[in-house]
Design a protein around this ligand. Structure first.
Ligand code: NPW
Ligand code: ADP
Length: 481
């Protein structure tokens, strides 16, 4: 039994939580599919219990319900099946025999919507053949499906999919976010997800969640507010260190990202010729970049810097040098190397995509994407500071926990987006945010800008388009304070 179950049971609240869960499911079904027969499928555990409660609420709303259930093993599933009977609704056994599956197919044929209460967080893959037959019949019927907590056959703590889980159109997530509901390909099977806190005492939901997803207001509260008499010297002096012959666009994009995220003064330092894509950027070319950095006196150092974008093979040595300054630092791209294990400090942010994360952890990319939360935690523990594991959505891991940002736009799957993000996070560090705040606010702004620009450009979205939308994204997010 999981920690939250135990706590709820001790407090006598598990029964109330199940009642709330069933009510939330019934409300979703009734709102999304207001007419027609509802077929509810109940498993043997608490997920099945939620389905019996939902059936009772739907019946009370005047809906025609048909309930098919496995042997109820969970005591509250048994209790709620009895209550359903007492309310006048008969349940039919759900059998995986040929005759049972034929009966199920007939029931599916007459249903306007199906409620999946077969398996929830208690499921351990692989799906046993008997239930696999039931799931296959539901998928084949093509009826709309509302899943309780998560689609049956998904492992709550994995983003990867094994076997053939149920495909839902809607999922009512109970208490907290699960990995499977946040990241593809598992999340692609959940349809539209609605989180219901079940009116549990504040904070309790955290025990059930594998991660938290901060509300917009929480992110907005982290954005810096500038005094009316602010000037470019107080709005953050940011350095971008990157570029190498052939990859000079990367630091330029980071520089633009930093300017568009409010940095007062942005200087790009590079050993290569970086194009002046925005005249407001200062670009300094150094024949000896390492020497120039090493000679920088403490007073001349910036408020924050981002290093690594297109920087080439010298990146780890340069990263080690600037980490020694102990100023707010973003490490990206070529600076994300295993030789920097343990080199992070409290004010630094590492921004790997899954491929770079695999390199940092000495593993393969699928190991990262199957459980991004665990990968982000492992990276943070190994490298220190704060880690942004990029993706759609990105994960922020810091010593206080793991948070999942809102996703951006699929058009963001194009080159240079990560460079822009590193500049955005550096700009926020330069404006005084701590590393965790800058990372979370940075990915949120970047994702929101991606959504706004994506609505205009679709899959033709470029990193430059996202930078241009950063100001609107900032205004939009800060209006939610
Ligand atoms: N926590 C909370 O706050 C709240 C939680 N709530 C709800 O509780 C749900 C979790 O309930 P849970 O723990 O009873 O597990 P659940 O998912 O119903 O499945 C258990 C059954 O699955 C079976 N089974 C397992 N693996 C299998 C396989 N490979 N293939 C086939 N079968 C397999 C296994 O069968 P058995 O081994 O016993 O034969 C076992 O009996 C959660 O998702 C949410 O809906 C709400 O009520 C509100 C408050
Ligand atoms: N499908 C998507 N949905 C949302 N955001 C995405 C998606 N694909 C990529 N991104 C975002 O775009 C950025 C890509 O970063 P990265 O791979 O480092 O790009 P590059 O190295 O080309 O600059 C990340 O911030 C990531 O979160």
């Amino acid at each position: 039994m999981r920690a939250l179950d135990l706590r709820l049971e001790r407090a006598g609240l598990l029964e109330l939580a199940m009642e709330e869960a069933g009510r939330a499911v019934a409300d979703t079904v009734h709102a999304a599919f207001p007419a027609g027969r509802v077929l509810l499928l109940a498993g043997s555990g608490a997920n099945g219990g939620d389905a019996y409660v939902a059936a009772r609420h739907l019946h009370a709303l005047g809906r025609a319900v048909e309930v098919r259930g496995l042997n109820a093993r969970h005591p509250l599933a048994r209790t709620n099946r009895r209550r359903l009977l007492a309310a006048g609704v008969r349940t039919t056994p759900l059998a995986a025999s040929p005759a049972g599956l034929a009966a199920l197919r007939r029931a599916l044929g007459g249903a306007a919507v199906v409620v999946d209460g077969l398996l929830g967080t208690g499921f351990t893959p692989p799906l046993r053949p008997a239930l696999a037959g039931v799931v296959a019949a539901v998928n084949a019927a093509g009826r709309p499906v509302v899943a309780i907590d998560l689609p049956s056959g998904l492992d709550a703590e994995m983003a990867e999919v094994s076997g053939d889980p149920l495909r839902a159109d809607h999922t009512v997530a109970l208490c907290g976010w699960k990995t499977a509901l946040l990241f593809g390909p598992a999340a692609h099977l959940a349809g539209q997800v609605r989180l219901d806190g079940l009116r549990l005492p504040p904070g309790w939901a955290l025990a059930e969640a594998t991660a938290t997803r901060p509300a917009d207001a929480e992110v907005a509260a982290r954005l810096p507010v500038r005094a009316a008499d602010a000037h470019k010297g107080t709005a953050g002096r940011v350095w971008i260190v990157g570029g190498h012959p052939g990859t000079v666009g990367a630091p330029a994009l980071a520089g633009v990202g930093a300017l568009r995220a409010g940095a007062g003064l942005v200087t790009v330092h590079s050993a290569a010729e970086v194009p002046l894509v925005m005249p407001e950027l200062m670009v300094r070319r150094h024949a000896d970049l390492a020497g120039a950095l090493a000679d920088t006196l403490p007073d001349a150092r910036p408020d924050a810097l981002a290093l690594g974008m297109g920087l080439g093979p010298d990146a780890p040595a340069l990263a080690r040098l600037v980490l020694g300054w102990r100023i707010p630092t973003v490490l990206d791209a070529d600076a994300l190397q295993p030789e920097l294990t343990g080199a992070g400090h409290d004010a630094c942010v590492w921004t790997p995509h899954p491929g770079e994360a695999a390199r940092l952890l000495g593993t393969r990319t699928p190991e990262i994407t199957r459980d991004p939360l665990e990968a982000a935690r492992a990276l943070q523990a190994r490298y220190g500071g704060v880690v942004v594991l990029k993706g759609g959505p990105s994960v922020v891991a810091h010593p206080g926990g793991v948070q999942v940002a809102r996703p951006g736009h699929p058009g963001m799957a194009s080159a240079g987006m990560g460079d822009t993000l590193s500049g955005v996070i550096a700009a926020l560090l330069g404006q005084g945010l701590d590393a965790a705040g800058a990372a979370l606010a940075g990915v949120s702004l970047h994702a929101r800008a991606g959504q706004l620009a994506g609505a205009q450009h679709g899959y033709g979205l470029s990193a430059t388009d996202v930078s241009v939308a950063l100001g609107a994204a900032w205004l939009d997010l800060s209006s939610r304070r």
